[in-house]
Write a protein that binds this ligand. Sequence first.
Ligand code: SER
Length: 320
Amino acid sequence: MKDVLLILGASGQIGNELTQSLRKIYGNERVIASDIREGNADMMNSGPFELINATDKNQILQIVQKYKVTQVYLLAAMLSATAEQHPQKAWNLNINSLLAVLDLAKEKHIKQIYWPSSIAVFGPTTPKQNTPQKSVMEPSTVYGISKLAGEFWCNYYHDKYGVDVRSLRYPGIISWKSKPGGGTTDYAVDIYFSALEESKYTCFLSENTRLPMMYMDDAVNATIQLMQTASHKIKERTAYNLSAISFTPKEIALEIKKHIPEFEILYKPDFRQKIADSWPQSISDSKAREDWNWQHQFDLSSMTKDILTNLKEQRSTLKL
Ligand code: SER
C-alpha cells in the first residue's frame, strides 16, 4: 500500500515548504495539507486541503479515514516568543495536538508520525557550545517546556505502544518563501526582507547573540530523510539534535552588506534577548550524522546569496 500523508499546520513557515516538497515526491493527491486557516494559492491549488484544528482528535481522525492517511506530519505549534505571552494556550496547542496524533497511532489508525522539537529544549544550565545529544535540559520558556515534555511523550509511546514517531530538534529555520511568526530566531528571516526594502534593519537581539540556525532547504531535506530512514536505524526516540550553521546578528549583517553595501543594522534588544540567551550557541548533531547520514548543504554565505537572489527575482516579477 502506498503512503498517504497528512500535514497538520501546512500553512505555517515549515509546513508550507515541506508540503510542496512532499507533493513533488509522493504526488499531489497523496499529500493532504491542513491547517486552522487556509494556505497560500500554491498550497490551495496544488492538492487536497482541509481545515483542521490540530488539537481535535476526532477532526483529525475523520480526515485520516477519508483519505486513508498512513503518516501524519504535525507542524502546528506556538513558537517561543508568542508562547511567553500566552503560556496556557501554547501548552494546550503544543501538547494536546501531539497527544491526539500519538493516540491515533497507538490505536493503529496511522503508521508513522513526524513531530518537530527544537533547540529550545535546552536552557541556561546547558553547555552552550557544541551541545551534545544528551545534556542538561532545564528549559526556561513555555515553548521549551512543551517541546521537552513532547519529546518524552514520543519516547514513551514508542517504548510502550511501539508507535513509530520521529523528531528533530530544529535550530532557527531561515526561509524566504514563507515567513515564521512568533519565534526568537525570526530576526534572521526579517533581516533579508528589510535589507531589500529599506536597506536597514532594527534587530531585537543584541549584536553578538550567537544562535544555531539552518536554511529551510536543509531543514526540509533532513525531515524527509529522517522519515524515509528504516525504523531500526532510528536510535533516538526523543528527538535528534540537528545543526548546520551558527551566527550572530552582526555576522549575518556583514554577509548581507557584501550584496547590499549600504545596508545598516541597529540593535534594540527586547524580551526575546533573554530567551535567546538561554539557548545553546552551537549544537553537536553527530548522532544524526551517524545514524541516518545527515549532512547539511548551506552555510551563511551560500544561504544569503540564494535568499537575496530569489527575493530580488520575486520582487521584480511582482513589479512587472
Ligand atoms: N525558531 C524557534 C523559535 O524561535 C525555535 O525553535 O521559537
